[in-house]
Design a protein around this ligand. Structure first.
Ligand code: ATP
Ligand code: MG
Length: 394
């Protein structure tokens, strides 16, 4: 983390030497003041994107339209963004124009919440024109300016407010909360991918349970993909310990399981999740009601996934997540085989026994052998397997 700050300081120093202003801004200041781990540092500057690019060796013009240039410093990326002010919002999602400005304060004023609208200079001096520090102390999420206006400008902020609530365990300030609920229909205007980014962060948060309960109680669920249909089961979400889950696949699988969803791919496609996530979450989901300690399931899932399923099942049954997990791992390691390749016979051996033309039947036979080896009705030994297979012909 120190390196991160040193990197940022050297960038700010360089910008200042060239006659520009530069500050660390946004989430990193919030997290610094809370003594939380800092993911990345964003820098705001009076320098224009082209000026930023000309001052540093390694830069990537990621969001020139929004005034952002990535500056690479010893393989760490810093987003350096020109102070800006957003023009009127044309469609409540995209500002019609971005205007570069000279003032830090105006740049801070466009930010969503007071706790995200602070800046710090190279010497550690904090700029906090909207009382962010006070709100951090009071554990409040409060918009910069009028909440209804700010949510109408960009309804994603409603989802962000809920996300920060869950992640930080803070409360929504009264007016902010009221506007979140009364304007929640506006969420329908927002691209699902952007909603999903915030929603999954919400599920990772320390108060996912409370936040999900609120989403259903206040009908915000009706403006989010798929959720409303499963409202009847939403109580189960608030009594589940979300903080014990270890991956996003587990989070989606748990969510769908608790809601009683049957069509997992359909649900996750509505949330525009990737095929890889749908596959992984689907595997976990499909085994949540099974005893994955059985050899065949262990083999099919692999060690990590099986452990994941068992932990989730324990949680769903109100047990300690780690119960029996060590034993499961040992059972996995003790399986006679871990892949079909480890079988003592192969397709050729099988063709010889049956003297039939090659075809899909071979895989079927191998599958049967695999199963019996795993269940230990037959040993993984060529002679034994072949004599067992020969006995079928009789
Ligand atoms: P995280 O730690 O999860 O990255 P963050 O606060 O850094 O949290 P980002 O999404 O990375 O969140 O945004 C960086 C900063 O940009 C925020 O702190 C906030 O100041 C500003 N910001 C981001 N999204 C919006 C938005 N929709 N409206 C207004 N300001 C925003
Ligand atoms: Mg960030």
């Amino acid at each position: 983390m120190r390196d991160l700050f040193e990197g940022a300081q050297s960038i700010m120093h360089r910008l200042e030497e060239a006659g520009f202003q530069a500050y660390m801004v946004g989430g990193c200041i919030r997290d610094l003041l809370l003594d939380r781990e800092i993911g990345d540092i964003d820098i705001a500057t009076s320098a224009l994107p082209a000026e930023v690019s000309s001052l540093f060796q390694k830069t990537i013009p990621v969001g020139i339209k929004h005034g952002t240039v990535i500056v690479r410093q010893e393989s760490v990326s810093f987003e350096v963004t020109t102070f800006r002010k957003e023009g009127k919002y044309v469609d409540r999602r995209h500002p019609s124009s971005v205007e570069y400005i000279e003032s830090l304060e105006v740049d801070l004023a466009r930010r969503d919440f007071t706790i995200n609208a602070m800046a710090m200079d190279r010497f550690g001096r904090i700029h906090d024109p909207f009382g962010g520090r006070q709100d951090l102390q009071n554990q409040l999420i409060k918009t910069v300016g009028n909440p209804s206006e700010r949510f109408l400008e960009d309804p994603l902020r409603i989802m962000r407010a809920l996300r920060f609530w869950s992640v930080m365990g803070f409360s929504l300030e009264t007016e902010t909360k009221r506007a979140c609920v009364s304007l929640s229909k506006e969420l329908k205007e927002i691209a699902v991918e952007r909603l999903a980014v915030e929603f999954i962060k919400l599920l990772r948060g320390r108060d996912a349970a409370g936040c999900l309960a609120f989403i259903f109680e206040e009908g915000i669920s009706s403006s989010l993909p798929e959720l409303e249909r499963f409202k009847d089961r939403s109580d189960s979400l608030s009594s589940f310990d979300w903080t014990r889950l270890e991956s996003d696949e587990e989070r989606w699988a748990a969510l769908l399981f608790l809601l009683g969803v049957t069509d997992l791919p359909g649900f996750l496609k509505s949330w525009k999740r990737s095929n890889a996530l749908i596959r992984e979450a689907g595997l976990l989901f499909g085994f949540l009601d099974k005893d994955v300690r059985q050899p065949l399931y262990l083999y099919e899932l692999g060690e990590e996934r099986a452990a994941s399923c068992l932990r989730m099942r324990n949680l769903l049954q109100g047990k300690k997540a780690s119960e029996d997990v060590q034993e499961l791992k040992e059972s996995y390691r003790g399986l006679p085989i871990h892949s079909r390749k480890q079988l003592a016979v192969n397709g050729r051996d099988i063709v010889k026994v049956f003297e039939r033309e090659k075809g899909p039947w071979i895989q079927k036979v191998l599958g049967e052998i695999e199963k019996s080896v795993l269940e230990k009705t037959v040993q993984n030994n060529k002679e034994e397997i072949l004599s067992w297979v020969r006995s079928w012909k009789e």
